[in-house]
Design a protein around this ligand. Structure first.
Ligand SMILES: [Fe+2]
Length: 227
């Protein structure tokens, strides 16, 4: 997958969200769905958390682990390049992609962030809220808007005072990155199939306690890289 990071960063800076198209292929989608279907769901069937710890046993060869890492790397890259908060903004945007990737893999192996599948079916919704400062949603779509459901994630733009449904811009296998402290947001859907709205949601907040550890680690790695 070729990613034009500069373009993404520009998009992300201006809109506070950006969309990465087709971040996984059909085989990867099948794998992730198979994995999802093998998991025991909780009672309401909406939140299903999958932590890094759960996949540690076969971190090296599991396709899920690789996907997870891939999503996280993309997210860190975009977040890192675009955020004033992260100290390594001083690095040139032309920093070698290979070096960056190695750095991120190393960081992700140490970092205990979380991810979860989220499935919205009949009667499920999430009321309007904002998340903590620094929070960014990274949402990989595993079902098809307008085929599996209508509606989705609505974001309310604080300047234009307009609310828009981002799922209308998305397809299966697309990843959206969105600053969830900037937008009031909510989820409301009407399922059209049994699947409804199924996403894989990755989070790591640079201001959370885990994020502080992550950032410290990142700084020392960046210094190493610079040396
Ligand atoms: Fe949220």
């Amino acid at each position: 997958m070729e990613i034009d990071y500069k373009k993404l960063v520009t998009e992300y800076r201006s809109k506070r969200f950006c969309i990465l198209r087709d971040v996984i292929n059909d085989d990867e989608l099948d794998t992730i769905l198979e994995f999802y279907n093998s998991l025991v769901k909780d009672d309401n069937g909406r939140h299903l958390e999958v932590k890094f710890g759960d996949i540690n046993n076969n971190l090296e060869d599991s396709m899920i682990a690789n996907l997870f890492r891939k999503i996280s790397i993309i997210r860190v890259k975009v977040l890192s390049l675009s955020s004033n908060f992260m100290m390594h903004r001083n690095l040139s945007e032309d920093a070698l992609e290979d070096e960056w990737e190695r750095l991120m893999v190393e960081v992700m192996q140490k970092y205990g962030g979380w991810s979860r599948f989220m499935q919205y079916g009949k009667g499920h919704k999430f009321n309007a809220h904002k998340d903590a400062i620094g929070e960014v949603m990274a949402i990989l779509h595993l079902s098809q808007p307008l085929t599996d459901y209508t509606g989705g994630l609505y974001v309310y733009h604080p300047e234009t005072k307009k609310e828009e449904c981002v799922d209308d811009m998305l397809n299966t296998k697309d990843l959206i990155l969105c600053v969830s402290n900037y937008y009031m947001h909510r989820v409301d859907i009407k399922p059209l199939t049994k699947t409804g709205r199924l996403t894989y949601f990755v989070n790591f907040n640079p201001l959370s306690s885990e994020g502080a550890v992550f950032q410290g680690r990142m700084e020392s790695l960046v210094n190493k890289l610079k040396a």
